[in-house]
Design a protein around this ligand. Structure first.
Ligand SMILES: NC(=O)C1=CN([C@@H]2O[C@H](COP(=O)(O)OP(=O)(O)OC[C@H]3O[C@@H](n4cnc5c(N)ncnc54)[C@H](OP(=O)(O)O)[C@@H]3O)[C@@H](O)[C@H]2O)C=CC1
Ligand SMILES: O=C(CO)[C@H](O)[C@H](O)COP(=O)(O)O
Length: 475
C-alpha cells in the first residue's frame, strides 16, 4: 500500500477535523486513536476522503504506514497524555522523524519535551492551533515553535491547511522551543478577555436595560458591521438568536451561568505575573470565570446583599448604544495591548525574537479572536516596531482617545448600578494608570521604607534613600 506523507494521533473534535483538512488538501494521511472504535467511526464517516486516509489500530501499524522521515501530529488532551503518547511512540520512530504536539500545551511542558528529545535524533515541534472545530476542518491559525529548519520540513503541509487572509497564510514559525505554545496561550488569554468583556456588555443590556436575548442579538449584529467586527461578536449575535428546541426559550436563557476553563487563561495570567507585565483585563476575565463557577455561594450572597438595582443610568440618551459599542472597543484595545506586551517581554526573556506583526497577521483569520482589528494591529506594529505598547502607536492612541470617554461613562454607570464589569473596569484602570506620568507609588515606597527600610529613589536624584523614620532616620 502507498505510504502516507504524514500521520495524526487523536481523533476527537480537533484531530478528526484536522485529519480531514490534511487529506482534503491532497495529502495521504495515517490516523490513530487510543480508543480504536473512534478510528473506525472516523474512517466510516470520511466520505470521498477515505482514499487518502489509512486508519490504523496499533502504534506499530501507524508508524509503519508513514513514509520516513515521518511527520506525526499529536492532537490529544494536553498534559500528561501527551507525555504518555510520546513515550509510546518513541521506540517505534527513526532518526529524523518529527513529533508535532498540536494541542494546547503549557509552553513550559513543551520546553521540557524539547529538552528530553535533545539527543535522540528525533525532532519535536510545539504548535498552537486555533479555530475550534470549523477552523480545524477548513483552515485554522497555526503558531509554530521549534527550529526554523524543522518548520521548513513541514511548512508545505501546514500552510496548505491553514486559514488565509487576503491570500496570506495564517501559519508561521514564531521562534524556538516553546514559542508557538506560548503565543497560543496568550491568544487564549486575549480570547478570555474578549469574551468576558462581551459578556459584561451583555449583562448591562440584559440586567441594566431589561433587553431580551433577541434584542441583544440584534445589537451585536449591528456592531458586527462596524469597528467591532469579529468572529466572537458574530457568534454572540448567533447564540443570542438561537432557540432552545426543548422549551422554545432563547438558548442563553437556559444555559447555567458557570463558565468552564481548561487552563490557558490561567497560564497567561501566571506568566504575565511572573514577568511583571500587567495583564489586568485577562486576569479579570479568568477571575470572573472562577467566580462564575461559585454558583451556590453567589446565590447565598445575593440573599444577603440583594441583586443589582436593574437600572442602568439613562443619562446617555440616544447615544447609549454607541457608548456601549465604543466602551467595548476601548476595553478590547486594552486587552490586546496587554497580551502583546506580555509576548514582547517573553520574547526578551526566552530569546525567541517573536515577530509581533506576524503574530497579529496569522490571527487575522482562522482563530477564535480573528477580526479586522488584527489587521490594524499588524499595521501598527509594522509601522512602529519599537513601540513600548500598542496603545502608544499613532493609530491606536487615536482610537483610545476617541473611545476612552465612552468606556469611562459605561464603567461609571455600571458600577453605580451595581452591575459587575470587572474586565471593562480593569481595562479602564490600566489606561488610567499607564498614562499617568506621576502616580502614587511614591507613597508605597515611603511605607515600604518605614516598615522595612527598603529604601527609595528621590525625585531630585539626591543620594538619600531613607526617610526620617525608624532605623533609616539618619539616611
Ligand atoms: N476543542 C477545541 O476547540 C480546541 C482544542 N484544542 C486543543 O487540542 C487538543 C485536542 O482537543 P480536542 O479535540 O477537543 O480533544 P480533547 O482535549 O477532548 O482530547 C480527546 C483526545 O485525547 C485522547 N487522549 C486522552 N488521553 C489520552 C492518553 N492518555 N493517551 C492517548 N490519547 C489520549 C482521546 O483519545 P480517546 O478517544 O482514546 O479517549 C481523544 O482522542 C487539546 O490539547 C485541546 O486543548 C486547541 C484548539 C481548540
Ligand atoms: O484553544 C481553544 C480556543 O482557542 C479551545 O477551545 C480551548 O478549550 C478554550 O479554552 P477554555 O476551554 O479554557 O475556554
Amino acid at each position: 500500500m502507498e505510504k502516507a506523507e504524514i500521520g495524526l494521533i487523536g481523533l476527537a473534535v480537533m484531530g478528526s477535523n484536522l485529519a480531514l483538512n490534511i487529506a482534503e488538501k491532497g495529502n495521504r494521511i495515517a490516523v490513530f486513536n487510543r480508543t480504536a472504535h473512534v478510528t473506525d467511526e472516523f474512517y466510516a464517516n470520511a466520505g470521498a476522503l477515505k482514499d487518502r486516509i489509512i486508519p490504523c489500530k496499533t502504534i506499530e501499524e501507524f508508524v509503519d504506514a508513514i513514509r520516513p522521515p515521518r511527520p506525526i501530529v499529536i492532537m490529544i488532551k494536553a498534559g500528561e497524555p501527551v507525555d504518555q503518547q510520546m513515550a509510546a511512540l518513541q521506540p517505534h520512530l527513526d532518526k529524523g522523524d518529527i513529533m508535532i504536539d498540536a494541542g494546547n500545551a503549557n509552553f513550559r511542558d513543551t520546553m521540557a519535551r524539547f529538552d528530553r528529545l535533545k539527543d535522540t535524533g528525533l525532532t519535536f515541534i510545539g504548535m498552537g492551533v486555533s479555530g475550534g472545530e470549523e477552523g480545524a476542518r477548513h483552515g485554522p491559525s497555526i503558531m509554530v515553535g521549534g527550529t526554523e529548519d524543522s518548520y521548513k520540513r513541514v511548512e508545505k503541509v501546514l500552510t496548505s491547511i491553514s486559514a488565509k487572509y487576503n491570500d496570506e497564510d495564517c501559519c508561521a514559525w514564531l521562534g524556538t522551543d516553546g514559542a508557538g505554545h506560548f503565543v497560543k496561550t496568550i491568544h487564549n488569554g486575549i480570547e478570555y478577555a474578549d469574551m468576558q468583556m462581551i459578556a459584561e456588555i451583555y449583562g448591562i443590556l440584559r440586567d441594566g436595560l431589561g433587553k431580551s436575548a433577541a434584542e441583544i442579538s440584534g445589537i451585536f449584529g449591528e456592531w458586527n458591521k462596524g469597528r467591532l467586527n469579529s468572529y466572537l461578536i458574530e457568534i454572540t449575535e448567533k447564540v443570542l438568536a438561537a432557540k432552545d428546541p426543548t422549551t422554545g426559550k432563547a438558548m442563553p436563557d437556559v444555559i447555567l451561568d458557570k463558565a468552564g476553563q481548561k487552563g490557558t487563561g490561567k497560564w497567561s495570567v501566571i506568566e504575565s505575573q511572573q514577568m511583571g507585565i500587567p495583564a489586568t483585563a485577562i486576569e479579570a476575565a479568568v477571575a470572573a470565570r472562577s467566580l462564575s463557577s461559585m454558583k451556590e455561594q453567589r446565590e447565598a450572597a445575593e440573599k444577603i446583599f440583594g441583586a443589582p438595582s436593574n437600572s442602568f443610568p439613562m443619562a446617555f440618551g440616544p447615544d447609549l448604544l454607541r457608548d456601549l459599542e465604543l466602551a467595548l472597543f476601548a476595553a478590547k484595545i486594552g486587552a490586546y495591548a496587554q497580551g502583546f506586551a506580555v509576548m514582547a517581554e517573553a520574547s526578551r526573556e526566552f530569546k525567541w525574537n517573536l515577530p509581533m506583526p506576524v503574530i497579529a497577521k496569522i490571527w487575522r483569520a482562522g482563530c477564535i479572536i480573528r477580526s479586522q482589528f488584527l489587521d490594524e494591529i499588524t499595521s501598527a506594529f509594522t509601522k512602529s516596531p519599537d513601540a513600548a505598547n500598542l496603545v502608544v502607536t499613532p493609530a491606536f492612541s487615536a482610537m483610545v482617545k476617541e473611545s476612552l470617554p465612552s468606556l469611562r461613562r459605561v464603567v461609571a454607570a455600571a458600577v453605580t448600578a451595581g452591575l459587575p464589569v470587572p474586565a471593562l473596569a480593569s481595562a479602564l484602570g490600566y489606561f488610567d494608570a499607564y498614562r499617568q506620568a506621576r502616580g502614587t507609588a511614591n507613597l508605597i515606597q515611603a511605607q515600604r521604607d518605614f516598615f522595612g527600610a527598603h529604601g527609595f529613589d528621590r525625585v531630585d536624584g539626591k543620594d538619600i534613600h531613607h526617610g526620617p523614620w525608624g532605623s533609616g532616620a539618619n539616611g
